[in-house]
Design a protein around this ligand. Structure first.
Ligand code: B12
Length: 364
C-alpha cells in the first residue's frame, strides 16, 4: 500500500508554530496569506482535521481573547472571523479533505438567535472528514424549518450548536422538538457550560466538548433513541414559580426603569455622551437577559460568571467595573418579589464587591 499520500501526524510544536503564523495573517487581515498557509500545510501532508482544530480553531479562540482584552475592535474581530471562515472553506476544498460517505446523515445547526456559526462549521467539516453525510444549516436556524428539514432528509441525528448561554431556553425547545419527531440530539458549544452541565439539564441525548470528541462519540455507538413523551418543563420544575416568565416578559421595561434610576445612583453617568449611554443600555439589557437565563436554569453561577466577565470587559475598556454594583442593586429593588432573582443578584453583588477595585484602586 502506498502510504505517501496519507496525512502525517504533526508534532504539537509544529502545530503551535502554524497557529502562530496563521494568527499573524489573520491579525493583519491578510486573507490570501491565511488561505495560502492553510493550503500549503495540507499539501505538506498535515491532516485536514488537525488544520481545522489545532490551527484554525486555536486562532479563533485567540481572536476572542484579543477582543475581550480590547486589543481588537469589533470590526477587526468580525474581519478576522470572516478570514478564518474562508480558511475553513479552503480546507474543505482541498483534495486531501475529500472523503467518501461511509456513515449516516446528520444535520448540524445553530439554535435560533445564535450567530456563532464557526464552531458549528468546524464540527460539520470534521464530521464530513469522518465519513458522515452532513447537512450544515449555519447560524440561527428557525426551529420549525429545522424540524421540516429533519423530516425531508430523514436525518439520523441532529448536532445542535450554541455558544451564548442566553440561547439555552431556545435550545431546550429545539432539543425537545427534535426528540418529539424521533431524532436524537447531540449538543455542544460554549453555551452548554463546563462539562456540558446544561446539556444534561436540558435533556440532550449526548454532549461533547469539542469536534474531535463529538466525532468519537458518534462513532462509538448510536445515540439513544429519544423518549417520545419527553416534556420540556418536566426537566425544570422550578419554572412553576413564573420568575423566568415574568422577568423575560417585562425585560424591556426593567431595563428602562433601571437606566433612568442609574443616573441618580451613579452620578458619573450624567456626563456620558450618547454612545456611552447607548452602551450602558446594551449592558443592562445583557445583564437582564443573563439573569433570566440563570432563572430558567436555576443556576446562580451562570449569572455570577457573566457579571464577573462583564466587569473584566468594562475594565479593559477603561470603564470602572464598580459601576455595575448600583445596577445590580436597582435590579434587586425592582425584582424584590422574586426570591430566586434576588438571591442571584445578591450572589453577583457579593462576588463583584470582593473582587473588583473601587474608584480608589483597592478591592472593597
Ligand atoms: C467570533 C465571535 C463572535 C462573532 C460570531 C461570528 C461567527 N460567524 O461565528 C459575533 C461578532 C457575531 C459574536 C457576537 C456575540 N458574542 Co461572541 N464570540 C466570538 C468568539 C470570539 C469566537 C467564537 C468561535 O468561533 N470560537 C472558536 C471555536 C473553535 O469555539 P469552540 O466553542 O471551542 O468550538 C468547539 C466546541 O465548542 C465544539 N462545538 C461547537 N458546537 C458544537 C456542537 C456540537 C453538537 C458539539 C458536540 C460540539 C460543538 O466543537 C467546536 C470545535 O472543536 C468567542 C470567544 C471564543 N473564545 O470562542 C465569543 C463568545 C462566544 N461570544 C460571546 C458573547 C457574549 C457575544 C455577544 C453577546 C457579544 C455582544 N455583547 O454583543 C454576541 C452575541 C451574538 C449572538 N446572539 O449569537 C461569549 C459567550 C459567553 C457565553 N457562553 O455565554 C464568548 C465565549 C466570548 C467570551 N469570552 O465570553 N461573537
Amino acid at each position: 500500500m502506498n502510504t505517501s499520500s496519507l496525512p502525517r501526524p504533526a508534532g504539537a510544536g509544529h502545530l503551535k508554530e502554524l497557529a502562530e503564523r496563521l494568527w499573524e495573517a489573520v491579525a493583519a487581515l491578510d486573507e490570501h496569506a491565511a488561505t495560502e498557509l492553510v493550503v500549503r500545510t495540507l499539501d505538506e501532508g498535515i491532516s485536514a482535521e488537525s488544520v481545522l482544530l489545532d490551527v484554525i480553531a486555536v486562532v479563533q479562540g485567540r481572536v476572542g481573547e484579543e477582543w475581550a482584552g480590547n486589543r481588537l475592535s469589533v470590526a477587526q474581530e468580525h474581519a478576522a472571523t470572516a478570514i478564518n471562515d474562508r480558511a475553513v472553506t479552503a480546507v474543505g476544498l482541498h483534495p486531501s479533505a475529500r472523503t467518501a460517505v461511509t456513515r449516516g446523515r446528520i444535520t448540524v445547526a445553530c439554535v435560533d438567535g445564535e450567530w456563532h456559526a464557526l464552531p458549528a462549521r468546524l464540527l460539520a467539516e470534521v464530521l464530513k472528514l469522518r465519513g458522515w453525510r452532513v447537512d450544515y444549516l449555519g447560524a440561527q436556524v428557525p426551529t420549525p424549518h429545522l424540524i421540516s428539514h429533519l423530516h425531508n432528509t430523514r436525518a439520523d441525528a441532529v448536532a445542535l450548536s450554541s455558544s451564548i448561554a442566553t440561547r439555552l431556553p431556545t435550545a431546550h425547545a429545539v432539543i425537545t422538538a427534535c426528540q418529539a419527531v424521533g431524532v436524537p440530539v447531540i449538543v455542544g458549544g460554549a453555551a452548554f457550560g463546563p462539562e456540558g452541565r446544561y446539556a444534561r439539564l436540558l435533556g440532550a441525548d449526548a454532549w461533547a466538548p469539542d469536534a474531535r470528541a463529538a466525532a468519537e462519540r458518534l462513532i462509538s455507538s448510536p445515540l439513544p433513541l429519544p423518549l417520545p413523551d419527553h416534556q420540556q418543563f418536566d426537566d425544570l420544575p422550578h419554572l412553576a414559580d413564573q420568575e423566568y416568565t415574568m422577568v423575560t416578559r417585562t425585560g424591556a421595561t426593567l431595563v428602562q426603569t433601571v437606566f433612568a434610576a442609574l443616573q441618580d445612583s451613579f452620578p458619573a453617568m450624567r456626563d456620558y455622551d450618547d454612545a456611552q449611554r447607548e452602551r450602558t443600555a446594551e449592558d443592562l439589557a445583557h445583564i437582564v437577559e443573563f439573569l433570566s437565563t440563570a432563572l430558567y436554569l436555576d443556576d446562580d453561577e451562570l449569572f455570577t460568571w457573566f457579571t464577573t466577565w462583564t466587569a473584566r470587559i468594562l475594565q479593559a475598556r477603561g470603564v470602572p467595573a464598580h459601576s455595575l454594583l448600583p445596577a445590580l442593586d436597582l435590579l434587586a429593588r425592582e425584582l424584590k418579589d422574586f426570591p430566586r432573582a434576588v438571591r442571584m443578584l445578591a450572589a453577583a453583588n457579593h462576588i463583584l464587591t470582593a473582587h473588583i477595585p473601587t474608584a480608589a484602586g483597592n478591592a472593597v
